[in-house]
Ligand binder design. Structure first.
Ligand SMILES: Nc1ncnc2c1ncn2[C@@H]1O[C@H](COP(=O)(O)OP(=O)(O)OP(=O)(O)O)[C@@H](O)[C@H]1O
Length: 263
């Protein structure tokens, strides 16, 4: 399926983000994990838990304050372990912030991350109904869009196949097609295209990204793939050791990321 409106971010009139509706807001958000070192067995972990000797705190995010507006394509970059996925999970409500922090989110959303999402014992057909209804579509709407979803994902022949027999790329394509046709308002994408593989599908998703600005779909994209970030994002957040070190256009932020990588 080809997207009808193709709009490059540079063709969109300059947007005053402050005037747009806020769809995600983080206030004083920190996230600390407590992990237990050196206890590979269950008994060892239990003993470590009660002794509290080998507990270690990891401050994955420190005091994040951020607003994301409707229709933004927002990138999150940073070294491995800088807190990108944790931030995405906090935005999606998978994690709760430390006490005192607040996460506000408006709109239905889909998390597109390799390896999560479907009930693998269900077929593609059943997962379309399940996921699209979670996103708020009526049975009638799902029936109308069902074939379009399978077509976009290139999975017409696998309609009645259980998802556990799908490759990572097939699962990713199905998830993305459901999110697009169910009109999810926010896409949380975590290195999603790393495992998709299929070039044609990548091109299709690129054209969908380009029309997102016009359609008011918000995309939050965690990625190490700088060309994608540069091409699509209006704003990019650079995280380093759990802290916000830069927030601005790709041209402003990517050089700072490169500098950090050299250190
Ligand atoms: N569930 C968890 N339990 C304990 N520690 C965690 C958990 N999730 C993340 N961490 C720790 O928090 C820090 C940030 O991890 P996170 O996965 O958010 O980083 P990232 O920037 O997404 O990394 P990558 O680019 O490697 O995916 C890391 O030190 C990680 O070990």
């Amino acid at each position: 399926m080809k997207s009808k409106t193709e709009v490059h971010k540079d063709q969109v009139p300059a947007v005053n983000w402050k005037e747009r509706e806020t769809v995600i807001k983080l206030e004083n958000v920190s996230k600390t994990f407590s992990i237990i070192d050196g206890a590979p067995t269950m008994a060892g972990q239990l003993s470590a838990f009660f002794s509290k000797k080998s507990h270690r705190k990891i401050e994955a995010l420190k005091n994040i304050n951020l607003e994301i507006k409707k229709g933004e394509f927002f990138g999150i970059i940073g070294h491995n372990g800088s807190g990108k996925s944790t931030l995405l999970r906090l935005m999606a409500g998978t994690y709760q912030p430390n006490p005192g922090g607040k996460v506000y989110r408006k709109g239905n959303f889909m998390r597109l991350s390799l390896g999560i999402g479907f009930d693998t014992e269900l077929t593609a057909h059943e997962n379309i109904f399940l996921n699209a209804s979670i996103l708020g579509l009526s049975m009638k709407q799902i029936r109308e869009r069902h074939d379009l979803i399978l077509h976009m994902a290139g999975l017409e022949e696998y309609k009645h196949t259980k998802v556990k027999f799908f490759s990572t790329g097939m699962i990713s394509r199905l998830k993305f097609a459901i999110a697009v046709h169910a009109e999810a308002e926010i896409f949380f994408m975590d290195e999603f295209f790393g495992g998709v593989g299929d070039l044609q599908f990548k091109q299709l998703s690129e054209s969908i990204f380009k029309e997102s600005i016009v359609k008011g779909r918000t995309i939050i994209h965690v990625s190490h793939t700088l060309p994608t970030i540069r091409e699509h994002c209006q704003r990019v957040l650079l995280l380093h050791r759990g802290e916000m070190v830069a927030l601005g256009t790709p041209d402003e932020v990517i050089p700072q990321y490169r500098k950090l990588m050299k250190q």
